[in-house]
Each structure stands twice: as structure tokens, then as C-alpha cells.
Design a protein around this ligand. Structure first.
Ligand code: NCD
Length: 305
């Protein structure tokens, strides 16, 4: 039995297979509409979510399966003090697969060690978010047709942004990748990721506070929200929240085929007027997330179509 707690539990070959399945689902959704008949997905979300939970649920419905859902910590036995391990054992009695979001780093890993069904990490604290990475990768694939030889800028909260951590891990396995880390001093990428992912894989990278200066180099610009819920005090959040706001004038020096990604939700990081720019890919990313979650559910349930 397989789980997905970290994106690199999938090989590069398996990522390509998931992308191929997602592309096939996009071209022929009817073929998959009964694939998970009689199967149940449990979504356990102990932190707020719109896209991730609804896209998992939409994915399971579009595969002909059913969904059981805990949509907040307060509405489950977690509020009574139940451990993640006991929750995982319990959910294993009711469902065939579960997706868990949790404020504590490592909670989905603990769940996977206590579960008799596949566990998918739907975001754990400021750590990882592998299924957002699957959405990001399909988007990059559909926009660029490759993962090699890309210069990717990550901008905003690189310290707490779990989607950034997972996407950097995934990209570090391809060749010719150059990473540009754009953040305020206080929100730099954690040093363990620089050491264990970037340096360990010999990835070329640089850090800057200046988005405008590096704009002409970028093939992909990955914008992020400052993660208010991870801050220890509100003052720091208020000081840093508007560090980067992408406006049309800042795109003047950008490549004409730049792809602008954002995992969403957007607070203030991208001006709404950019939404109509053909380089804006963030709502395509939302849709791609559903297809990749469909492909992942099929894989982990070992369903062949
Ligand atoms: C992200 C998350 O939850 O980490 N959202 C998402 O799942 N698309 C990004 C964020 O909350 O800023």
C-alpha cells in the first residue's frame, strides 16, 4: 500500500505517468466516470481550505466514488483531544482512502503509519503540500511542455509556504533548473531546504529581495501569500504582508511567455487586472489540481481504467 506524504515519494517516472493519466482524463472524462464506483474518500481538514478539499471531493465524485468529510477541527473528535493515530485507525474502518490537512507538520505521516488505507497529505503546517505540487507540475507541463531548463522564481513567503517547499523538491530532480528565491529577509527559504534539496542536488539558485531586478530572467513566476496563520505576532504579519504585489507595470520586462502561478488563495499579491493577461495561469492551476488528484486517487487505489 502506498501513501503520499512527500512529493518525492513519487519517482520522476510516476509523475510523468500521473500527468499522462490526467491528460487522458481531460480528453475523455467519461471513460473514468465509473472507475471508483463503491469506493469512499475521507477528507479530514483540520485547517481551512477551499480548493484542496473541494477538488479532492470533486475528483472522487467524477470517478464515480463517494466522499466522507470532516471540514474543520472543531467538528471532529480532534476537538476532544483524540490523537492523529487514533483518528487514522478510525477512518480506516470507514473509507478506502483519506486526504488529511493538519496544522502540525508530520501529522499526515503519523496518520499513514497508523492507517490501513492510503493517506494523502493535503498540507501539513508550514512543511509540505504534495498534491498542490501535482497541480503546479501539470500546469507547468501544459504551459511549457517540459520540466528541464527552466528558470523558476518563487516570490513571497518562502519560509512558511508549504507549496513552495514541495515544488522546489519536485523540480530539483530535473536538469537545467535554476531557482530564484525572492522574499523579504524574514521570510527566506528555510536553510534545511537549501541544504538538503538545493545544494544536495547541485541546483543553481540565488536569493534576492528584488522581484523587478530578476523579472527578465524568469520562465515561471510562482507568487505566494504571506502565511498569516503561521506568524507568532500580528505586527510582523502586517509589516510583511504587502512585500510583493504583482502589477502590470512590473511585468513590462517579463518574458512574453512567462507563466504566472499562484497556489491561491490570493490576498493582495497579484493585481486583479493581471487575471486577463494570457500569462496568468493560476485559475488553470485550480482545474489542473482536480485532474491530478483524480489521477492520484486512481494510482493509490490501484484502479486501472
Ligand atoms: C495553499 C496551502 O494551503 O498551502 N493553498 C492551497 O492549498 N491551494 C497556499 C496558501 O494557503 O497560501
Amino acid at each position: 500500500m502506498r501513501h503520499l506524504t512527500d512529493i518525492n515519494e513519487l519517482t520522476v517516472g510516476e509523475i510523468s505517468e500521473l500527468i499522462a493519466t490526467a491528460e487522458d482524463i481531460i480528453s475523455d472524462p467519461k471513460k473514468y466516470s465509473d472507475a471508483c464506483r463503491g469506493k469512499k474518500l475521507a477528507t479530514l481538514f483540520f485547517e481551512p481550505s477551499t480548493r484542496t478539499r473541494l477538488s479532492f471531493e470533486a475528483a472522487m465524485y467524477e470517478l464515480g466514488g463517494n466522499v466522507l468529510s470532516v471540514s474543520s477541527a472543531g467538528s471532529s473528535s480532534a476537538a476532544k483531544g483524540e490523537s492523529v493515530a487514533d483518528t487514522a485507525k478510525t477512518v480506516s474502518c470507514y473509507a478506502d482512502i483519506m486526504a488529511m490537512r493538519h496544522p502540525k507538520e508530520g501529522a499526515p505521516l503519523v496518520a499513514s503509519m497508523n492507517s490501513s488505507i492510503p493517506v494523502i497529505n493535503a498540507g501539513d503546517g508550514g512543511h509540505n503540500h504534495p498534491t498542490q505540487t501535482l497541480a503546479d507540475l501539470l500546469t507547468i507541463w501544459r504551459e511549457k511542455g517540459r520540466f528541464d531548463n527552466l528558470t523558476v522564481g518563487f516570490c513571497g513567503d518562502l519560509k512558511f509556504g508549504r507549496t513552495v517547499h514541495s515544488l522546489i523538491s519536485a523540480l530539483s530532480r530535473y536538469t537545467g533548473i535554476k531557482i530564484i528565491l525572492i522574499s523579504p529577509e524574514e521570510l527566506k527559504l528555510p536553510s534545511y531546504i537549501k541544504r538538503d534539496v538545493l545544494k544536495a542536488n547541485g541546483i543553481e539558485y540565488k536569493q534576492t529581495t528584488d522581484l523587478i531586478e530578476v523579472m527578465p530572467e524568469l520562465d515561471i513566476l510562482y507568487m505566494t501569500r504571506v502565511q498569516r496563520e503561521r506568524f507568532f505576532n500580528e505586527e510582523d504579519y502586517l509589516r510583511l504582508k504587502d512585500s510583493y504585489i504583482l502589477t502590470p507595470d512590473k511585468l513590462k520586462t517579463a518574458k512574453s511567455d512567462l507563466s504566472i502561478l499562484h497556489p491561491l488563495p490570493r490576498v493582495n499579491e497579484i493585481a486583479v487586472s493581471i487575471d486577463s493577461d494570457p500569462r496568468a495561469c493560476y485559475f488553470k492551476q485550480v482545474l489542473n489540481g482536480k485532474y491530478m488528484r483524480m489521477a492520484l486517487i486512481l494510482k493509490l487505489l490501484e484502479v486501472t481504467v
